[in-house]
Design a protein around this ligand. Structure first.
Ligand code: IPM
Ligand code: MG
Length: 359
């Protein structure tokens, strides 16, 4: 088949890992007889440098004509001092919002080969398999009013607003239940309903939706307790559904259970075009060294095949190839432990490509 993919290589380590992701897509193309046409687009710092805006019109137009957006990472010290709406991150939030990609799926799965790369004990993390479903286009990231304002007494006030419409809660919770149905049939809904009104609406809505899913268990957890439970006993979780900021925080925490944030991909779906990106950032401290872990980007290619292009077998082929390379003992520095074989970014990509061909 023919697929048109917009590619956003981004800032920092973005281009280095995007290159490996594309290498893997091309390998899948060869093996399964698909043709991927790549259309390069710019968001974030690289867009600011070229177009003087973090989200050029041209990017949106191009992305909307493609089947999926393969995205790397944005941001870095160079753009840190720009006003908020001109920062690279504004481009990332803008493209998510423009595409209407309201559901961000962030799997946190432990590779048993990497069990010792985690800072937690083996028995705590063995076999964990969590799917964080994060709401992505509303909540405190987008609520109004927002801004920094002068007060009459010369003081200042910074305001962000955490708001959710019932319809926004319904669609994300429903999606979480649909995912749980195909997994271990448990949804944990995250809120702070003991304090926040928007959370009370979130909880009440989740209860209502759950009536349509009698075979899926629903439990509620305050976000602070969830942060604690994730390190205390992570195996209790199957699907976690959370609003934008709670999901942002808990998904970073969940990623560390697996050993490295460099391993975890994400899919942003529900909008006109799906977007697939690592959950980590642009890692300015290791740029250009060829040591970044490309696995999150490679696994994002797998998520793109699964959720964006409907190619389950191809997705699994990538996931198995990654597993086999890890089984053979190859590691980038972030997941390195004694006795294993250290490889760089490019080599890791080559090894996964080879494993795909040999599969
Ligand atoms: C993420 C990131 C972004 C977010 C930042 C870079 C704007 O942390 O994708 O989790 O907060 O959504
Ligand atoms: Mg984050």
């Amino acid at each position: 088949m023919n697929f048109n993919i917009s590619v956003m290589k981004g800032d920092g380590i973005g281009p280095e890992i995007a290159r490996e992701g594309i290498k893997i897509l091309n390998t899948i193309g060869e093996k399964f007889n698909h043709k991927f046409n790549y259309i390069e687009v710019y968001v974030g710092g690289c867009a600011i440098d070229r177009f003087d805006t973090p989200l050029p019109e041209e990017t949106i137009e191009k992305v909307l004509k493609t089947d999926a957006l393969f995205f790397s990472s944005v941001g870095g010290p160079k753009w840190e001092n720009l006003p908020h709406d001109k920062k690279p991150e504004a481009g990332l939030l803008g493209i998510r919002k423009t595409l209407g990609a309201f559901a961000n799926l962030r799997p946190a799965k432990v590779f048993n080969e990497l069990i010792d790369a985690s800072t937690l004990k083996r028995e705590i993390i063995r076999d964990i398999d969590i799917m964080v479903v994060r709401e992505l286009t509303s909540g405190i990231y987008f609520g109004k009013p927002k801004g920094v304002f002068n007060l009459p007494n010369k003081d200042k006030i910074g305001i962000n607003t955490l708001s959710y419409k019932k319809s926004e809660i319904e669609r994300i919770v429903r999606l979480a239940f649909d995912i749980a149905k195909k997994r271990r049939k448990k949804v944990t809904s995250i809120d702070k309903a003991n304090v926040l009104e928007s959370s009370q609406l979130w909880r009440d809505t989740a209860n209502e939706i759950s009536k349509d899913y009698t075979d899926v268990e629903l439990n509620h957890m305050y976000v602070d307790n969830a942060a604690m439970q994730l390190v205390r006993y992570p195996k209790q979780f199957d699907v976690i559904v959370a609003g934008n900021i709670f999901g942002d925080i808990l998904s970073d925490e969940a990623s560390m259970l697996t050993g490295s944030i460099g391993m975890l991909p994400s899919a942003s779906v529900g909008g006109s075009v799906g977007m697939f990106e690592p959950i980590h950032g642009s890692a300015p401290d290791i740029v250009g060294k060829n040591i970044a872990n490309p696995i999150a980007q490679i696994e994002s290619a797998a998520m793109m095949l699964r959720y964006g292009l409907n190619r389950e077998l191809e997705a699994q082929t990538i996931e198995r190839a990654v597993e086999s390379v890890l089984k053979q003992g190859y590691r980038t520095p972030d997941i390195m432990s004694a006795g294993e074989k250290q490889v760089n970014t490019q080599k890791m990509g080559d090894l996964v490509a080879k494993a795909i061909i040999e599969a």
